[in-house]
Write a protein that binds this ligand. Structure first.
Ligand SMILES: [Zn+2]
Length: 301
């Protein structure tokens, strides 16, 4: 099962949907997208899902993930350029979400922002510790990565089974799943529970939790934003998989019981890939363990 590259008109529609979702949340779209680029931050959570399903629901707040080194910079942008006020700041420790160290809540008359501060310099690692594939989408200044687009665009999701291992996290997430089920999405714990994946190649199919993925493996649906469409136009949109901020990529595996193999368990991991002077094409064929070792940061779970 291959992810089809979105056509140009789909890319343009997605950009309109992204800008509308940001505006619906009370954030000026271009200012917000530029802020993501300046601070190497990403938006994830419900906003990208709302952009993918524009008539289904409106997110009530925006989740921004910001690397800790950019916290002060992002806060200045949100307060000075976007007229938000800092309401509260707390240190956090989520047992299944170790990348997040702090949350800042900001608001204005029209907007509510949750600013999550992520350990290290790669904010995108936080996304792969989320509760399910439905919310593993990354909006950055360059565009939107739908990393499990084959499932998500069908309204389907796999639960990150590491989140079911402790009662605290499982309970927190049950509420999220209910909210999304009310919006018409389905959740399963095994890929094979979706009929069309009953005979998938475990550990190879990009949607299987046992498969090691990277942002540049060609299996994410990538929707570049206008600023970048010109540079992308020479190639078909979404056939060129770029680092989310030009410097960093991510490797991950959701992990869990190997589909259909009893108790065989595949460990989850997420690792920051720093590209240094390499292009993603340079490293695409390399051994992933070696790549994960490049950084030494960002491993969790
Ligand atoms: Zn599998």
């Amino acid at each position: 099962m291959e992810t089809a590259a979105p056509a140009l008109h789909e890319v343009e529609t997605m950009e309109r949907n992204i800008r509308k979702a940001l505006a619906d949340c009370g954030l000026e779209p271009s200012t917000m997208l530029n802020a993501l680029g300046e601070t190497h931050s990403v938006i994830s959570g419900s906003l990208p899902v709302a952009a993918m399903f524009p008539n289904r629901f409106k997110p009530k707040d925006v989740d921004i993930y910001c690397p800790e080194v950019e916290e002060k910079h992002m806060l200045e942008i949100l307060c000075d350029r976007m007229d938000l006020t800092l309401d509260k700041r707390v240190d956090v420790h989520y047992p299944r979400h170790l990348a997040i160290t702090k949350i800042l809540w900001l608001s204005s008359e029209s907007a509510a922002v949750n600013l999550m501060i992520v350990k290290g310099d790669n904010a995108a690692i936080a996304v792969f510790q989320f509760h399910s594939t439905l919310v593993m989408n990354i909006l950055c200044s360059r565009g939107l990565y739908c990393t499990y687009g084959d499932l998500t665009f069908e309204g389907e999701a796999l639960i990150n089974v590491s989140h079911l291992l402790d009662a605290y996290t499982a309970k927190r997430n049950a509420k999220c799943f209910e909210k999304y089920e009310d919006r018409g999405f389905t959740f399963k714990t095994k890929l094979g529970d979706y009929d069309r994946y009953a005979n998938h190649e475990c550990g190879q199919n990009p949607n299987c939790p046992a498969t090691v993925r990277t942002l540049h493996d060609g299996h994410s649906s990538f929707y570049p934003l206008t600023l970048h469409i010109e540079e992308e136009r020479g190639v078909e949109p979404a056939t060129k998989y770029t680092a989310f901020d030009g410097k960093h990529s991510v490797a991950w595996s959701l992990g869990g019981p190997l589909c259909g193999r009893g108790n065989t368990y595949h460990n989850s991991f997420v690792a920051s890939i720093e590209l240094f002077n390499k292009t993603e094409e340079d490293i695409a064929g390399h051994n992933l363990d070696e790549l994960a070792g490049l950084s030494g940061r960002g491993r969790a779970g």
